[in-house]
Design a binder for this molecule. Sequence first.
Ligand code: PAF
Length: 275
Amino acid sequence: MKVLHRIDELRAALAGGPRPAFVPTMGNLHEGHLALVRQARAHGVPVVASIFVNRLQFAPHEDFDRYPRTLPRDAELLEGAGCDIVFAPDEAEMYPVLQGFKVQPPAALADILEGHFRPGFFTGVCTVVMKLFQIVQPGIALFGKKDYQQCIVVRNMVEQFNMPIQVIGGETVRADGGLALSSRNGYLSDAERTEAVALSAELQRVAQAVRGGRRDFADIEAAALQALRQRGWQPDYVAVRRRADLAQPQAAGEPLVVVAAARLGSTRLIDNLEI
Ligand code: PAF
């Protein structure tokens, strides 16, 4: 496996070969990322993973500076999972000049839920993903479904820009008790780690209620928010939405997902469950 830091090196390494399968990451990898790499492997083309902590998608008060940078460990894990090339550029390589051109996703998709609580987040994500796609030129790109809205936003960007890339959402990998794996779980204290399973448990309760035929989504969501608050969480949202576009459910029979974000201590966790 090669670890490359420069765009010209990456292009030279991929020249003349098939379009790779690509797993973009910000590093500090866990089993969820490695599952995406293994899934990418199954497509029989070279597998590229990127590691780049993208300043553009962090608000000034967020954890950009303390986001763990763990390249040597990440590279070992990626090699074990069958990755062929790690692309790990520094900021000067990705943003040699002020990034004046940005990719701004439509408000209906990107200013709701995560985008409401993290204004500008999806512009930062789309801009870096567009740049990474231009650099890597993948035929397939894999994103974890834990970041459900990110998958939908990126898929829409690829479609609207006619990019010849198949976007695949990989299933969320969970620890015992149901906690969705996340690079940010490392911020949790032992006591918070024990409590953190309550988020996925609450999503299960919401999913069960909806599967049982309830359509009073506002009441179900309010009960889930209240239950989390009572346990000491500060929830941003718990919302039952359409899987296709994360809009409010309209007709019966639409595939739904429940998405949630909540803060436990100083750590903000997100999770979702397809219903
Ligand atoms: O999901 C992530 O880790 C990031 O948002 C991504 C897609 C690598 C863009 O920086």
